[in-house]
Design a protein around this ligand. Sequence first.
Ligand code: PMP
Length: 333
Amino acid sequence: MKYAQNITELVGDTPLVKLNRVTQGVTDATVLVKLEYFNPGGSAKDRIAARIIDAAEREGKLKPGGTIVEPTSGNTGVGLALVAQQRGYKCIFVCPDKVSEDKRNVLTAYGAEVVVTPTAVAPDSPESYYGVSDRLAREIPGAFKPDQYSNPNGPRSHYETTGPEIWRDTDGTITHFVAGVGTGGTITGTGRYLREVSDDRVRIIGADPEGSVYSGGTGRPYFVEGVGEDFWPSAYDPSVPHEIIAVSDAKSIEMTRRLAREEGILVGGSSGMAVVAALDAASRPEVTADDVFVVLLPDSGRGYLGKIFNDKWLRAYGFGNAPAGHTIRDILS
Ligand code: PMP
């Protein structure tokens, strides 16, 4: 019989698939995408949840009956909720009221508690979602706050799993690795492993929404979710990527929609963004048919059906006739 002992055993070992249409006329290189939506919670964040909880147990920060408190509304919450539930921990997630009810319902479906805070307060206010999660972590006995932005087990999980999987599945032929940068955990851990194992032959490329600090922006708003920052988290090691490519919202959205229609790959906006950056790098004159690009696609498009895949919503935000290269901010202002 072939079965997993429990759902968390199915985290990782996600497949690679070749892009065939969107690469046509752009590059002769092989472009492979790693589908992280094959993880049981639907994203790459399942990997860090498992490692962060393992380490907290080892270090005595999380004891039986303990409570995990984190300000998150997205993929990290799902990963933490599913691992925590399997191990008998309680989860409390704090998110601002701008987060859609659907997203909150996913977390409560896994048995987590969601505390909603007002969006219209300063980040340093005690009522902000950071403020409330800090207070809950202080006041609840046995509480543990993972803090994905500074927890070294985030990048470590990618160093120990994502990197080795890619090296193994490409038989060591990978020449370029491309990933979006959010907390920076994925690019830092995976990139570090691939640089080390290849004697620094693999080129590491970060993809960043135009406006975010990683590509030299000021942190001004952009549309694509889960990537880009307005501060420098310690989970990110800027010495790992060789370069960062900035991608506009409009291009990210267009590619995300093409991946679904032309490749049968329904993924989120940060995945489209990473593919745009990969094709940008793969179209350079020095790239040949021998090059093998691996692009990490963090999550599924199911979470974005009301936005990226909704024509009415996009038109309302001006994307219907957005000139190429423009961001949502440019279009709206
Ligand atoms: N895309 C999505 C949808 C995400 O949720 C995240 C995580 N914030 C990322 C990309 C970026 O991953 P990382 O935090 O490891 O940089």
